[in-house]
Design a protein around this ligand. Sequence first.
Ligand SMILES: NC(=O)C1=CN([C@@H]2O[C@H](COP(=O)(O)OP(=O)(O)OC[C@H]3O[C@@H](n4cnc5c(N)ncnc54)[C@H](O)[C@@H]3O)[C@@H](O)[C@H]2O)C=CC1
Ligand SMILES: O=C(O)C1=N[C@H](C(=O)O)C[C@H](O)C1
Length: 270
Amino acid sequence: MIKVVVTGALGRMGSNIIKTILQQEDMKLVAAFEAPNNPNIGKDVGELLGLGKLNIKLESAENLDKVLKEVKPDVLVDFTIAHACVENVKIAARNKVKLVIGTTGFTEEQRKEMLKSIEENKVPAVISENFAIGVNIFFKILEILAKKLGDYDIEIIEIHHRYKKDAPSGTALKAAEIIKSNRSRESYFIYGRKGLVGERKKEEIGIHAVRCGDVVGEHTVIFAGDGERLEITHKASSRQAFVNGVILAIRFIKDKEEGIYDTFDVLGLR
Ligand SMILES: NC(=O)C1=CN([C@@H]2O[C@H](COP(=O)(O)OP(=O)(O)OC[C@H]3O[C@@H](n4cnc5c(N)ncnc54)[C@H](O)[C@@H]3O)[C@@H](O)[C@H]2O)C=CC1
Ligand SMILES: O=C(O)C1=N[C@H](C(=O)O)C[C@H](O)C1
């Protein structure tokens, strides 16, 4: 039985991850954490999620270290917010808990700090901007398109729900990095355009973030040449697409001793 804890338990992702963990025969939820100021701390997690009593009370992230020592989980899954994720990861890594990290929006400093604690404590971690299987295939296709159409004008457009806090999305940034490293010409990123920006440069990769309604997540990359345009789009219509990848990542990481992995490793796409 894989003992799992979830940080960000009442969030859009965390709540769905918990529901799905509870349906797995080989997994057991042993604790769930929320931000210290959450008014539901101390209440039963099952009742909070409309699942009936689970006898697991929602813990404050302030008690993460203490509770991890008590429940000794195999894996911690974090879908919170960048600054909170870094702190949660540092505590989990010190406690030798394996990690599945889906949070996005890290600054360079935050990412470095998080990776340092994972490496110093020699714990294994899956870190991915997008756990959906389709998005990872989309990334693989981008590797090919960037090689074949590297001379075309490339623009990335992402659309997400009105509650998303970080922009551009982690997925859009990852797509941009994949294109940049597979394109034969030098590239740099332009975030939106405004004012008298002049003619488009061949080196530009445009990145545009749209926030509206309840869109779960949509990413389009445009490759435009003279007389033609190729567009590739991934649309997530349910968060279950991400959650399914998270479940695979939990099973993948439980057998690893150390190292940093992503969803290409989990899905065998490397
Ligand atoms: N990698 C992937 O496949 C995906 C990544 N995400 C990312 O996951 C993150 C969360 O997304 P959502 O669930 O939509 O956000 P959300 O805002 O619904 O959930 C985040 C939860 O974390 C809680 N939280 C804040 N600080 C905390 C702390 N110190 N300890 C424990 N919990 C804490 C919040 O109270 C909130 O309930 C975002 O960064 C988002 O971009 C979202 C969907 C898929
Ligand atoms: O916040 C979200 O909702 C999502 N965030 C991830 C990202 O930033 O790429 C993945 C997905 O698109 C949903």
